[in-house]
Every structure is written in C-alpha cells, then in structure tokens.
Design a protein around this ligand. Sequence first.
Ligand code: MSP
Length: 525
Amino acid sequence: MADNFFIATAIDYTNSAPHIGHAYEKILADVIARYHRLKGENVFFLTGVDQHGQKVQQSAEQQGLAPEKFVAEVTGKFTALWQKLEVEHDGWAATTEERHKQCVQKILRRLWDEKQIYKDKQGGYYSVRQEQFLTDKERGPDGEFGPEWGTVEFREEENYYFKLARHKEWLRQLLDSRADLISPEFRRSELRNAVEKLSGDLCISRPKSRLSWGIELPFDAQFVTYVWFDALVNYISFAPGGYDASVTGIADPGHNSEFHRWWPAVIVIGKDILIPAHGIYWMIMLHALGFTDEQLPRLLVHGWWNMGGAKMSKSLGNVADPTALADKYGVDALRYYLMSDIATGKDADFSEERLVTRYNSELANSLGNLLNRTLNMAQRYCGSRVEASDLSNAILQSLRRESALVVTDVTRAMGENAIDASLGAIVSLATRCNQIIEQNAPWQMAKETSRQAELSSLLYGLADVLRIIAILISPVLPKAAREIFRQLKWEKAFHLEDTTFGGLPSGHLVGPPEPLFPRVEIQAS
Ligand code: MSP
C-alpha cells in the first residue's frame, strides 16, 4: 500500500496582503508535496490562514471594518494567490472556522481538566497605546521603552498559564536524541540552546477587555486564548480525522485511526517561528496532550528572502508582491526563481533582475530551446516520427547514461529538500543535450541519406530526455511539464518511476513545436 505523507505550512496572518515570503513557503511545500505524489504516495497538503489576534483586530479597526469582514477580504487575497501560483493544497485551515474553534476548546478543556493550565496574577509594563504588555525585548538601547509605545504603566492582570517549564528536561533530551526532528541541523542546535534558557510558563489567555477577536476559553468566558495556542492547533483540527480525534483524545491511535494514518506531519515554517512557537510551545503542547516522541511532527525550517540585504517590511516599502510578479513574468518564471535562487534553510536576496536572467538563460535558452529545436528538427527531417533503430548507438548510450545520473542526483537532492540542487541537475541535462546537438550537427546528418537512421535515433533520444525532464521538473513547473508532454504528444500521468531512458515507443509521432518559455525583459514596476 502506498505511503501517506502529510505536509503542512505555517498559516499566514491575515493582517495584510500576501508577500513574496508567504509565496515562497507555500510553493516550497507545494513542490515537496508534488514530489511525493510523483513518487506515488498519498499526500495531504495543508495550508491556510491565521485569522485571530491583536494584529488583525488592530488592522481591522484602522480600516473601520468589523474583524470578520476584514479577515474575509484579506483571506480572499491569499486563496486567489495560491490558485494563481498553482499551490495545490488538499486542506485549507482558517482559524475562524467553527470546527477549529471547537478543537481548540476541546484541547484547552483537556489541559485544564488535567491541571496543566492554572490561573495566576502577574504584573508588568503595559503600553496603553499598543494595548499589550511589554518585555525587556521592547526596551531601547537606553533601557527605556521608546515613544512608539505611548504611555507605559505598571499593571497587574489575572491570566491563565500553561505549565511549560516542567517539560524542559524532556524537550532537551528529545532534541538530543532525534536528529531527524528539525532540519536543517543547525536549527536544531539553536533550538537546543533556547531550551536551555527556558524558564517560566506560557500565558495563554488575554482578557476580553483587551482582545476580543479570539477563541473563548471554555472554562472562563472572560478570556480568549492567546493566538499561538489557537494557530498551532490548526495542524490537528484541519488534519484528516483531526476534528474527530480532538473529541476522543488525540494521541490515541486506537481511537483515531484516520488521524494516525496521516500524522505526524512535516511542518514547513520560516526561521522566525521555530523559537519559541513551533520548537518549544508546539512540541510541549503535543507532549502534554499525550503524544509520544514518535508522534511529534518534523519541522522543516526555511530561511528568509531579504531585499538588498535588509529585511522586507511594509514600512520600508521594499516588499515584493507575488501577484504583480506572476502577472509580469508568468507563474513558471516566479516559481522557478523562488525555488532555484535560494538554498533551503538559508536566506537569499530577492532580485527581479536575477529572476529575469535565470528564466531567460535556464528556461528560455536552455530547456525551451531544447524542446523547440528537437521538435522542429523532428518535423523537418523525419515527418515528426522519432525512431530508435539501434538503442546501442553511441549517442543514445550517452543520453541514457547522462539522464540516469541526473535522475539519481534529482532523487537525492529532493530527498534532502534541496530543490535548488535538483533544478541545477535538471537544467544541466538540458544544457548537455544542447551540446550534444551542436557536436553531432543533425542538420549535416540530414544532408546524407545514409545517416537518416542515426538522425532519427538522435531525435528519439532527445525527445525521450525531454520526457524525463518534464517528469523531473513537474513538481516545480507543473504547467510547463504538462506542456512538454502535450508537445511530445505523450499525454500520460506523471510518475517518477517512468524516468528510465527509452520510455517513448520507437516510431512515436511528436507534435509541432510551440514556444514554451518566451523570453522576458525586465519591466519597471
Ligand atoms: N501566523 C503565524 C504562523 C502560525 S503557524 C501555526 C505567522 N504568520 S506570518 O504571516 O507572519 O508568516 C507566515 C510564514 O511566512 C512564516 O513561516 C514566516 O517565516 C514566513 N515568512 C514571512 N516573511 C518571510 C520572508 N521574507 N521570507 C521567507 N519566509 C517568510 O508567523
């Protein structure tokens, strides 16, 4: 039976429109999900939106909208973008949905009943203007809270706390023993160091007087739950079988077979939300709910896209807009750039110029050109019929060898989620085929009737490598991959196991060439 693979991403805040960082993460997860589907696995890919919390409440207020209305509008921008960018998710998490609220409340209720949550009074510095308690992180270099906080006063407030600190030793040992839990490896060390410094419990409530846009605590209607406690639960409430599982006691596979067929998930997140949210709060929440160490999700932590070395921010006005970029250069160009110009786990600098240059040289000149000239020559010299009269022919042997090596490289790279390396290998195969064309000069062969069989074999080999390239590149460029198949007149489903050379039947009739990746010019915004 095929394996099940459950992949989820962080859910995006709906306090403002999606930007390139959001698009990168969803495409990354989409590519990994598509690759697992290509391997024949059953895949469930979950993404969605984080709709509660102070930021959303404040943005809605600023626009004079009810939070429901504001959230629905921003959510629409995310769903439209994922559709445009071919982010093919199976599940959609929206935290204002009733089933999610119920799940969060069931989980809170359980932790409360089991005395893992308690009520306490604590004091701290409170910004009246920003309506939030401040920590030492908010102090300026002079040790004072800056003018942006307005009046800061000392306040005491009653709240509910989740017993986090008592699980510190468990988490430390877990991180030492499970090398596979967090990748890349250096993030596990960072998390390990953060756990070392962990002290104190987690405040999981906000009085309704301060924040009303949230999920009510099931044991105290005067409070809503802290946004992270709400958001993290999406990985359960929107997982297959997750809603039912939360009712019967989540961690028990005996009761929750559907949920446990899929769980644990691989969760794709940015580096900013590993510590403390996913690496500490989420791991401890699950442990407290009775999940065993083997049932804990694996975290794939990606880096950030910056702009000219600086963080993208709305206030600096340097945020790249994925919708505008896809409209200008096409979805393939954007997906290709975001997957090829960053190493998973590291940061990268976003550059529209590099997007255009890479697209033109690697897709238009290399792969697009290979498809175009292969089909063009097949049409002109062989009536579009490509025939491998002799598979032991030297050119076919070398195409077989080169494509097999690339399949191995791509499989290895994808196994490590190194999408950039996988694309590098695929493009190098297209470049190699273009060199083989130059070296063998099929236009010369066409002039000699005695070399007709050799010519047809060469074109057969190139068409078959294009078939293999289409399969390998399909997770990143699904539209282009389908288009290559269409032009090859090979309208089959995509399977990784079909990447062995020689899959096209000899004598196959290919289609006429059509431009696959028209060159683009950089456009002013
Ligand atoms: N809502 C929380 C996540 C809750 S998950 C239970 C959140 N939302 S966010 O909208 O701020 O960020 C969503 C994701 O986008 C995060 O994984 C974050 O790291 C990622 N990115 C935000 N900006 C980014 C870049 N500039 N580059 C790459 N990813 C970035 O955090």
